[in-house]
Each structure stands twice: as C-alpha cells, then as structure tokens.
Ligand binder design. Structure first.
Ligand code: PHE
Length: 312
C-alpha cells in the first residue's frame, strides 16, 4: 500500500517521470518499473508461502483416519412397557377386541360410583386416590371407568381393549409406583358367560407365556364384577413347584376379572336382563416383569439407557 498504492511512493515516482528532463526519463522509468516488478514478485512469493503454511497447518490438525471403523447410529427401540402393551393389544386383537382410550383426569362418578363403588364404600381403600383441584375430579386409579365410557358410547356386541396410564397415591418402591399402566378388557353381548372369559384368558396366557403353562381361576372380589376372580398362571420361574418368586404357591396372579355387575351394565345404559358381560384388568408392568424377568418397577421410569437398550 505504502509503496504500490494510489498514493504510494513508487507510484509517485512513476507519475513524476513525465516532469523529468527528457534525458533522465528512460533511465528513471526503467529502474522504477524494475523495482515495481520485483516488489510484486516478492508479494506473490510471500503469499504462496503463507498459503502453503496454512495448508500444512490444516492438514496436520484436521487430518482424519479414513480407515477408522464408523460409529454405529443407534436405531432406537420401543420402551419395554409400550412393547408389552403392543403385544397384549395384538393378542386380543386376534379375538376382535378394539382399542379405545379415555381421559387420565376422570370424574369421581365414572371412576368409582358408576362402578358400584359408593363414596363410603370400603373398597375405596383399595385405590389410594390422587385428587385434582377441580371438585369431583381425580386421576383415574384404574382403567375400569373406560368400561362405562365404552358402554355409553357403543351398542353390544362390545369387544373393547382399554389401555392407559393410571395413578395411585403410593410410597414408591420396587413393587409400587404412583403411575403405571393397565390394560382393561370388556366384552358385552347376549349370552356372554364366564366360560367365554376363561377361554379367552387361557388363549391370552398361551400366546403370552407359552402353551405349556397351566392356568386357574381363584375367587376374588371387585365391586364392579360379580362373581369376581383372580386369574393365575403357573409360576414362570419354578414351573409350579414353589419358589420365592411365587411366594412358594407355584402360581402367579396375572389379572383380576369377573362378570360385569348388573348395576354397572345399567350405568352403561344397557339392560342387564338382556346383556351379560365380562371384564378383566391387568397391570402392564407386571406382565413385562414376568416376560422379561425384571424385578424393580423403578427401572421402567428411570430411563437408564443401559436398561432400556436390552429390549431392542
Ligand atoms: N380395576 C381392577 C384393578 O385396578 C382390575 C379389574 C378390572 C378387575 C376389571 C376386574 C375387572 O385392580
């Protein structure tokens, strides 16, 4: 700039040539041009050196080893609870059960009263409830209120599978969670019997746990089914001989079930003289525990990838 620029010293010399005596012009002109050529050449050379140095620097710092094996990109996988719910839905789907969903914030009427659980009914102790600020509303304690919603919305024959997140006021430990998943089933038609329920649950057990596993009904109690049963499968750990996993009984309880109580059918808008139904409800975490050998519920919500990656 200082030398070659518009106001540079060499430029001034070249411009001044015209004002020199005629004899001096060729000599001064030649020298000045020579100087300019050599300065320009030096600049080009210096530029090349700098670019070469920069290139060498980048080659050194940005070098990659193209022979290094690639890092695999994780494909992701379904959460074991979602995967288990999918399997349950698929199995009952074979029998024509259609999935319906409903609200997690439920009203007291549908969660309890229409299921034959009166406000002062002792059975309410079975469901330690989380209430919300809106009077008369709560976080559903089970998926059974969906029985009412489906009966009110559809006419028989009804075959509905009702999965969802449920909530209970629990001290969290390895076997208790304040949020977990249930899948409810409801069938209502003319002439539906307990035999239909048993047959369906046996098919479910065979598909889920294997054809060789024995099953049994045991008397149970729920206010919204009458009679009520617990459905047991032969212990998947010891095969029925008795071990710590089955409290030495040889059986594992898979779900609760029963014939829909006439009062519940009535709340659903159906005539109990004409229609009968059965319902069942199972805990998805429990089914997942049994089929994957998981012993601590908390693993499902901690989102530790070392745990979740095992279910790919
Ligand atoms: N709702 C019951 C529970 O939460 C399960 C159940 C559903 C029992 C349907 C009978 C019929 O434990």
């Amino acid at each position: 700039m200082e030398i070659l620029g518009k106001k540079g010293s060499l430029t001034a010399v070249l411009r001044g040539i015209g004002g020199l005596p005629a004899d001096d012009r060729p000599r001064v002109g030649a020298v000045a041009n020579q100087v300019r050529t050599s300065i320009e050449a030096a600049l080009v050379a210096r530029g090349a050196t700098l670019r070469a140095a920069e290139l060498a620097d980048r080659l050194a710092t940005e070098a990659i080893d193209v022979t290094t094996p690639g890092r695999p990109v994780g494909r992701g996988a379904l959460h074991p609870i979602i995967e288990t719910m999918g399997r349950i839905e698929e199995i009952f789907g074979r029998f024509g059960f259609i999935v319906h969903e409903g609200p997690e914030v439920e009203d007291d009427l549908t969660n309890f009263q229409m299921l034959n659980i009166a406000p002062d009914h002792p059975a309410r102790d079975l469901w330690d409830t989380l209430y919300v600020d809106v009077p008369g509303h709560l976080l559903r304690t089970h998926t059974s209120p969906l029985q009412i919603r489906v009966m009110q919305a559809y006419r028989p024959p009804i075959r509905a599978l009702l999965p969802g997140r449920v909530f209970r006021y629990e001290a969290v430990d390895a076997s208790h969670a304040s949020e977990f998943f249930q899948v409810e089933g409801l069938m209502v038609d003319e002439g539906t019997t307990m035999g239909d329920l048993r047959g369906l649950l046996d098919e479910f057990s065979r598909a889920m746990f294997g054809r060789d596993k024995r099953t049994r009904f045991r008397p149970g109690y729920y206010p919204f089914t009458e009679p009520s049963v617990a459905f047991d499968v032969e212990c998947l750990v010891c095969g029925g001989s008795g071990c710590p996993a089955c409290s030495r009984t040889g059986w594992m309880t898979i779900l609760g079930a029963g014939m829909v109580h006439p009062v519940v059918l009535q709340y659903g808008g159906l005539d109990p003289e004409r229609y009968q139904g059965f319902a069942f409800g199972m805990g998805v975490e429990r089914i997942a525990n049994l089929s994957h050998g998981v012993a601590d519920l908390r693993l499902y919500t901690e989102n530790d990838l070392r745990f979740l990656e095992q279910f790919r």
